[in-house]
Design a protein around this ligand. Structure first.
Ligand code: ZN
Length: 244
């Protein structure tokens, strides 16, 4: 059973997250403790682990969505080129937004279990991370971070849900999920829970979203990798006493 309520799963409340001024992120208490231990372990390898994104609210995601729908933010195709909104039907517009942005209520970042990670120590002064797969691949600025996370993330309960393209969310090597909590959240975020969250929202393109909600749920919520056993087993360890 999920430890998160329907309102928490869809980011409409933030009663399930803690804010850490020290780490500059907001996470579920268990994920925060695990992230603290992960950060300390990474520091021993001279990696300055920083979460550039953590909890995001439904309202925040709704603003992004509506801005893209109405042309207040750029709309990009899967190659990152600007799209002409005028030639797209509403259903196509919805598809295009989903290439880069989650439907409000359907982002794993609502759960407080997800973090987008960079290594601040690897960034040349003044350079901003772009969050592109190439940065985490051999030759990229975060190559060492990518390898370190693949080797040690599971010891602290973290795993990459977007490890490869499954026809929905594209690969995101920077995105880690705290499996002991997110593993229970995923099956709890049903189509009905999502539909109920959207019913009360001022969502642009709502009719087009409703028409393909089942498919959106299958592709953008359910099509993720399974957490490995080591990441799930981390729940039985006290984060403070885990090996580092
Ligand atoms: Zn993310």
């Amino acid at each position: 059973m999920s430890v998160l309520s329907a309102e928490q799963l869809t980011g409409r409340v933030r009663s399930h997250v803690l804010d850490s001024p020290e780490f500059g992120c907001s996470l579920h208490p268990e994920a925060m403790a695990a992230f603290s231990a992960l950060r300390a372990a990474a520091a021993k390898s001279d990696i300055d682990l920083v979460a550039v994104s953590s909890f995001r609210s439904f309202e925040h995601q709704l603003t992004i969505w509506n801005d893209k729908f109405h042309g207040r933010r750029p709309l990009l195709d899967r190659h990152g080129r600007a799209l002409d909104r005028a030639v797209l039907a509403e259903a196509e517009l919805v598809r295009a937004i989903l290439l880069w942005s989650a439907l409000p209520g359907a982002s794993r970042h609502h759960w407080g279990t997800e973090i987008d990670l960079i290594d601040r120590a690897a960034l040349p002064g003044g350079q901003r991370p772009q969050l592109l797969p190439a940065e985490y691949s051999p030759g990229g600025v975060f190559e060492r971070l990518g390898a370190w996370l693949a080797q040690h993330g599971a010891d602290y309960g973290f795993y990459p849900p977007y490890d490869r393209d499954r026809g929905g969310v594209r690969p995101e090597p920077w995105h880690l999920s705290f499996a002991p909590v997110s593993g229970t959240a995923l099956p709890a975020l049903t189509v009905d829970v999502l539909a109920a969250a959207l019913a009360g929202a001022e969502l642009a393109g709502a009719a087009a979203v409703r028409g393909q909600l089942r498919d959106i749920h299958a592709r953008y919520v359910c099509a993720v990798s399974q957490p490995d056993a080591a990441a799930l087993a981390a729940v039985r360890l006290n984060p403070a006493t885990r090996p580092s």
